[in-house]
Ligand binder design. Sequence first.
Ligand SMILES: O=C(O)C(=O)C[C@H](O)C(=O)CO
Ligand SMILES: [Zn+2]
Length: 279
Amino acid sequence: MTTYDVRYAIHEDHYKTLDTEGLRKHFLVETVFVKDEVCLTYTHYERMIVGGIWPVSKPVRLETIDSLKSAHFLDRRELGAMNIGGPARITVDGEIFELAHKEAIYIGAGNKEVVFESLDAANPAKLYVNSAPAHTSYPTKKVGQEDADVLALGSTETSNKRVIRKLLVNSVVQTCQLQMGMTELLDGSVWNTMPAHIHDRRMEAYFYFKVPEDQAVCHFMGSEKETRHLWVKNEQAVVSPPWSMHCGAGTASYIFIWGMAGENLDYDDMDKFNASDIL
Ligand SMILES: O=C(O)C(=O)C[C@H](O)C(=O)CO
Ligand SMILES: [Zn+2]
């Protein structure tokens, strides 16, 4: 079964008028995973779809949704998935891929039958997905942690020592517009994405996980002169419009998956701000 929600794009002037409830309604995805379901949020930011696939007691099929008006989900789209759970088997038009914890897959446009299943019912797979429109079909490819383009950033002095693993980026796999990766905060570090940045050419979604149950991440958004925050719990996502900076601080260390779509595939295309310049 597939459930989905649609988020229309919000202008920055409208954003400034929103209260906590309004901000959470438009930018926070509170439910990413539902057992035995595909749970999606179709955003109108680059038409990026953010979602979760959690096959627990049975295989789960990727079905088209009415918003796409296409016979199959991937007729005009590409999809990236990252496994945050136990071992997964993904069958793409008859070809089988197995994904361990923290491994990723890129699935190219034009594939018709995509099925996700868990290999261990006691430790089910959990696949966080991002999907964006695709102009052509690139080959489906599994990407393991060892294949990632790795970037070590930050320091313990500034509480932001972290490892960025770029898994689905153009140095690793061919994609049309999708980029995805995983950033892990080292023990004791809590700040991600410092210096914070904007990339007006791409939207982004952040999905936070491994946030201890009694802790949270405070995610910051908006222009650097007009920030707001969202308190995010474990396994929730934030949609970041192209005009919005994005960074966060946890009350404990955590991991997050970032995914982008838009004008370019240049990860380093960012306008950065010093922390002391943010209002
Ligand atoms: O901690 C970081 O820094 C990040 O992970 C930054 C994201 O990768 C990002 O925002 C890319 O545009
Ligand atoms: Zn970014």
